[in-house]
Design a protein around this ligand. Structure first.
Ligand code: ATP
Ligand code: MG
Length: 156
C-alpha cells in the first residue's frame, strides 16, 4: 500500500490538510495520529473537526480519554497518552462502530484495541515550524480516501 507524504510549513498547513481530509470522511472512519509531543496531532484534529463542520473549539481531552463533538458527523476525539495500562479494556469499540469519526492521538499505546483498518497519520518534526506528514492507509476504504484527498488537493 502506498504512503502519501505531505509537507507542512506552519500550523495552518497542518490544519488545512486535515480540514480537506475531514470533508471526505464517512461514518465509522478511524484516523490514528502518531508523532512526538507537540508534533501537531491536536492541530490536525482541529482541522478535521472544521472539515466535519464542527463549531465548538476542539481541545485535547486532558482529564478524560475521550471527547465527543457534533458536526456533519459525530467526532470522537481520543487521546490515550495518559493511559497507564495498555491492556486495560477501555471499551472504545462502542465509539469505533457508532457511525461517527474516531481520531486517536498516541494510538500505538493501545495497539491491541484499535480497528486493523484505519488511516494512520505520522507527523514528524522537520524544523521549527516544519513537519512531514505521512498518511498510511490500511485497508481499501482508506486507500480510496487517500487517493481522493491526493487527487483533489496535491496532484497538479
Ligand atoms: N507545521 C506545524 N504543524 C502543526 N503544528 C505546528 C507546526 N509548526 C508549529 N506548530 C506548533 O506546534 C504545536 C503543536 O501542538 P499540538 O497540540 O497540535 O501537538 P500534539 O502533537 O497534539 O501534542 P501532544 O503530544 O502534547 O498532544 C502548536 O503550538 C503549533 O502551533
Ligand atoms: Mg495533542
Amino acid at each position: 500500500m502506498a504512503n502519501y507524504e505531505m509537507r507542512s510549513n506552519r500550523p495552518e498547513d497542518t490544519y488545512w490538510i486535515a480540514e480537506k481530509l475531514g470533508k471526505l470522511l464517512a461514518p465509522n472512519d478511524v484516523i490514528l495520529l502518531e508523532g512526538d509531543l507537540g508534533a501537531g496531532k491536536t492541530t490536525f484534529t482541529k482541522g478535521l473537526a472544521a472539515g466535519l463542520d464542527i463549531q465548538r473549539t476542539v481541545n485535547s481531552p486532558t482529564f478524560t480519554i475521550i471527547k465527543e463533538y457534533q458536526g456533519r458527523l459525530p467526532l470522537y476525539h481520543m487521546d490515550v497518552y495518559r493511559v497507564k495500562d495498555s491492556l486495560e479494556d477501555l471499551g472504545l469499540e462502542e465509539y469505533f462502530y457508532n457511525h461517527g469519526v474516531s481520531v486517536v492521538e498516541w494510538a500505538h499505546l493501545i495497539e491491541g484495541q484499535l480497528p486493523s483498518e484505519n488511516l494512520t497519520v505520522y507527523l514528524y518534526y522537520d524544523g521549527d515550524t516544519s513537519r512531514k506528514l505521512v498518511l498510511q492507509p490500511k485497508g481499501k476504504r482508506y486507500e480510496v480516501l487517500c487517493e481522493e484527498l491526493w487527487n483533489e488537493n496535491f496532484s497538479h
